[in-house]
Design a protein around this ligand. Structure first.
Ligand code: FAD
Length: 462
């Protein structure tokens, strides 16, 4: 037997590396097993960070090519995709190395290799055995494949391949109108691709407040992204001249085809437990492939815990991080909590879309009486000044108590703005509390304040 640890965490993504640092802060001897050559997991390597780097670069290109002239800035620019990709790689490198630095600072041991649970107190890393008082599973998620379609990461790509294309495709077909498909579709649309999104459901971004989703679709269509909703993709055949995508109406009907240079399969992600050795301690996965836990992130084996994408809940980096902190504190005997009702969701398109709490459909389904307050960015002076007037803020508040139950924003910097309402909701705020909080002028956040006033039918600038 090799070294003994208080905690061995399997997976060095936002869940795992944060749990490792927090556990070390609490005085435990910690190891984190990661099989990838770098720390940071999906998020830093092939997820949140490279996608946001490309979203930023492509937005600058879109601005320079389409919107500078209206500001009186003339001149032509051209795309240097190689440099754009090099910058993305640099951003990712610096951040993943940063986590390595944090591990050193906090004396967390990085065990490099594939971690397999070989006993309730034992983890094997590429064959070398380590003892652990506690084990935390933070193995994350992987791309969900689509039956009959083989991802080659060149012509038919997952999100990982879509972050690394060496040329702008003439026609990109995106299968799946969820967050990842729309973000990466936006990147390549801005860089010059024709983008067609195929979606099985009759709406985009399932789970999002319906009114916001409809508005979002209209805005994306205005930007030139095409949608075919209610269609089932049945095949994608690559050849030298491109990929022929076959689809038919989801409700049944005649098949159609589309020719694409690149097809992005973005139909979701699945919990990842391959080669983890759950069976060695009698653990199984549920029918969604996730590891089941109780409210303290404990599996059926009391000293084995699980967090992040591999368990139930939204597959988001910040959810994994909050669980990482909480699980370390649980193991240290503290009593932390994660409020799953105030976890924000953000889509980093332009405009951004952000939400927290309940949708209107969820409140209706639960028979909760609610009031709605809305305010459009068209009537927000900062949005007028910056020329970003698409979208609105929507606040849902309890009809009796006025407590804020859900907030949905589509508009400039929605992903930053949502946090004022996350905090308000965490403290049980009413819409009147938000309305009576002084907001600086001129800011986009004033639209939140006005929407809060609108709940009581008294927005000022509308
Ligand atoms: P992961 O980040 O998946 O990390 C798990 C790690 O465990 C991996 O590095 C893996 O190599 C390692 N591992 C697995 N099994 C083993 C084993 N047996 N031994 C050793 N190592 C193992 N979320 C957001 O909140 N905001 C965003 O903007 C966002 N954008 C995204 C964009 C894309 C394109 C994608 C794909 C995802 C995005 N996400 C985003 C989701 C986010 O990346 C995940 O929710 C987050 O990474 C989950 O963290 P995790 O720690 O649970 O797992």
């Amino acid at each position: 037997m090799n070294e003994q640890f208080d905690i061995i965490i399997i997976g060095g993504g936002p869940g795992g590396y944060v749990a490792a640092i927090r556990a070390a802060q609490l005085g435990m001897k910690v190891a984190c097993v990661e099989k990838r050559g770098t720390l940071g997991g999906t998020c830093l390597n092939v997820g949140c960070i490279p996608s946001k780097a490309l979203l930023e670069s492509s937005e600058k290109f879109e601005d320079a090519t389409h919107h500078f002239a209206e500001h009186g800035i003339d001149g032509s620019v051209k795309l240097n995709l190689k440099q754009m990709m090099a910058r993305k790689v640099d951003v990712v490198d610096k951040l993943t190395k940063g986590i390595e630095g944090l591990f050193k600072k906090n004396k967390v041991t990085w065990l490099k290799g594939l971690g397999t649970i070989t006993g309730k107190n034992e983890v094997s890393v590429d064959g070398t055995k380590y003892a652990a008082k506690n084990i935390v599973i933070a193995t994350g998620s992987a791309v969900t494949p689509l039956g009959g379609i083989t991802i080659d990461e060149k012509q038919i790509v997952s999100s990982t391949g879509a972050l690394e294309l060496s040329a702008v495709p003439k026609h990109l077909v995106v299968i799946g109108a969820g967050v990842i498909g729309l973000e990466l579709g936006s990147v390549w649309k801005r860089l010059g691709a024709k983008v067609t999104v195929l979606e099985y459901l009759d709406r985009i971004t399932p789970g999002m407040d319906n009114e916001i989703a409809k508005n979002f679709q209209k805005i994306l269509e205005k930007q030139g992204i095409e949608f075919k909703l209610g269609v089932k993709v049945t095949g994608a055949n690559p050849s030298k001249s491109g990929v022929e995508v076959t689809f038919e109406p989801a409700a049944g009907g005649a098949a159609e085809t589309l020719k694409a240079d690149v097809v992005l399969v973005a139909v979701g992600r699945r919990a990842y437990t391959d080669k983890l050795g759950l069976e060695s301690v009698g653990l199984t996965t549920n029918k969604r492939g996730q590891v089941d836990t109780n409210a303290h992130w404990q599996t059926a084996v009391p000293n084995i815990f699980a967090i992040g994408d591999v368990i139930a809940g939204p597959m988001l980096a910040h959810k994994a991080e909050d669980e990482g902190v909480a699980v370390a504190e649980c193991i240290a005997g503290q009593k932390p909590h994660v409020n799953y009702n105030t976890i924000p969701g953000v889509i980093y398109t332009h405009p951004e879309v952000a939400n927290v709490g309940k949708t209107e459909e969820e409140l209706k389904g639960a028979n909760v009486a609610y009031k709605v307050g809305k305010f459009p960015f068209l009537a927000n002076s900062r949005a007028r000044a910056t020329g970003q007037t698409d979208g609105f803020v929507k606040i849902l508040a309890d009809a009796k108590t006025d407590e804020v139950l859900g907030v949905h924003i589509i508009g400039p910097q929605a992903g930053n703005m949502i946090h004022e309402v996350c905090i308000a909701m965490e403290f049980g705020a009413s819409s009147e509390d938000i309305a009576r909080t002084c907001h600086a002028h001129p800011t986009y956040n004033e639209a939140v304040k006005e929407a809060a006033f609108a709940v009581a039918g008294r927005a000022i600038h509308m």
